[in-house]
Design a protein around this ligand. Structure first.
Ligand code: NAD
Length: 332
């Protein structure tokens, strides 16, 4: 029996997590959910978007599945998601992007993984006004932070039989910060001679991904580039409704879709639950439940390929829960 923290989240979160819970129950993997409010929906009861018991539960269970959290404006938190990643030191954000047959997209053979550093860079939250008419955000890159994310990327590549790691940077301009990141990546690469290594400047990387995405495999990069490039990759494979993510720390992991809480669709059971279902598939693999993970992913791929019971963004008219039920029917 796994005890897993569940944060349904805000906006569309409760709808897509309900669909995912139903699918996970159908796999037969025994899960006891430890469920908490977080984000905007936690404020009326707890006066904060990140109540202490959420962090306590994740620290205790060491694993969580989370829906999107709205970042409330005007509180001490810059972003609840960033706070959660920093508090739990979830330093690696893994965002796979692959094409599924049946989805209208410009490419049909994409299989990319963005490994984004999750705690440093321009997202470290060190910023201030300089007088009234200027502002500064400090970009922080450390050797320790770069080493652990680069090593994570190579270990991920090794474990998942991937052939290449590309380090993405802007070291030609930011010679100290991105220069440090690149030199660490080059040094770690020497420990993995069986995996091809190369580096790309981030602007060139964007163009290359749009023109020749098939040339790339695992990509590792500092926080800001990872945020932007993972959305680019989601766009290459059909949109945010399909993009899963995992935030991994030393012994804690939080799985969540890349997309946000899409407040305009809250409570309508309208949006695509695929991104969080695929996040749950990543969670099952992390737990070593490979059979259940394959069962869910294959059933999902079949439902998408058939295109009969899919949500509006995939050209269908099904509700999110109807899509989940169609997936369960294919799992039998
Ligand atoms: P969003 O991802 O919530 O939505 C943008 C648009 O993408 C939606 O209007 C919708 O058209 C589409 N979309 C998103 N998810 C979809 C799905 N599952 N199926 C189909 N279409 C989907 O981005 P936003 O509007 O910029 O952000 C809304 C809120 O979410 C903000 O408060 C933001 O801070 C928060 N956010 C949270 C996370 C997170 O929890 N990790 C991530 C991003 C944004």
């Amino acid at each position: 029996m796994y005890k897993i923290t569940l944060l349904p989240g805000d906006g569309i979160g409760p709808d897509i997590t309900a669909a995912t819970k139903k699918i996970l129950a159908a796999t037969g993997v025994a899960i006891e959910w430890d469920e908490y409010l977080a984000g905007e929906s936690a404020i009326p009861e707890f006066g904060t978007p990140l109540p202490e018991q959420v962090l306590t539960s994740i620290r205790k269970n060491k694993i969580a599945l989370k829906g999107p959290l709205t970042t409330p404006i005007g509180t001490g938190f810059r972003s609840v998601n960033v706070a959660l990643r920093k508090e739990l030191d979830l330093y690696a954000n893994v965002r796979p992007a692959r094409t599924y047959e049946g989805i209208r997209s410009r490419y049909d053979n994409i299989d990319l993984v963005v490994v984004r550093e999750n705690t440093e860079d321009l997202y470290a939250g060190v910023e201030h006004m300089v007088g009234e008419d200027a502002a500064e955000t400090i970009k922080i890159i450390t050797r320790k932070g770069s080493e652990r994310i680069c090593r994570f990327a190579f270990e991920y590549a090794k474990k998942n039989n991937r052939r290449k790691v590309t380090a993405v940077h802007k070291a030609n301009i930011m010679k100290c910060t991105d220069g440090l990141f690149l030199s660490v990546a080059q040094y770690i690469a020497k420990e993995y001679p069986e995996i091809e290594f190369e580096d790309r400047i981030v602007d060139n990387m964007c163009m290359q991904l749009v023109q020749k995405p098939e040339l790339y495999d695992v990509m590792v990069m500092p926080n800001l580039y990872g945020d932007i490039i993972s959305d680019l990759c989601a766009g290459l494979v059909g949109g945010l409704g399909l993009a899963p993510g995992a935030n991994i720390g030393r012994d804690v992991a939080v799985f969540e879709p890349v997309h946000g809480s899409a407040p305009k669709y809250a409570g309508m059971d309208k949006v695509n639950p695929t991104a969080i279902i695929l996040s749950a598939v990543l969670m099952l693999r992390y737990l070593g439940e490979m059979k259940a993970a394959d069962q869910v992913e294959n059933a999902l791929a079949t439902v998408i390929r058939e295109g009969k019971t899919v949500t509006y963004d995939l050209g269908g008219t099904a509700k999110g829960m109807e899509m989940a039920e169609a997936i369960i029917a294919k799992m039998r």
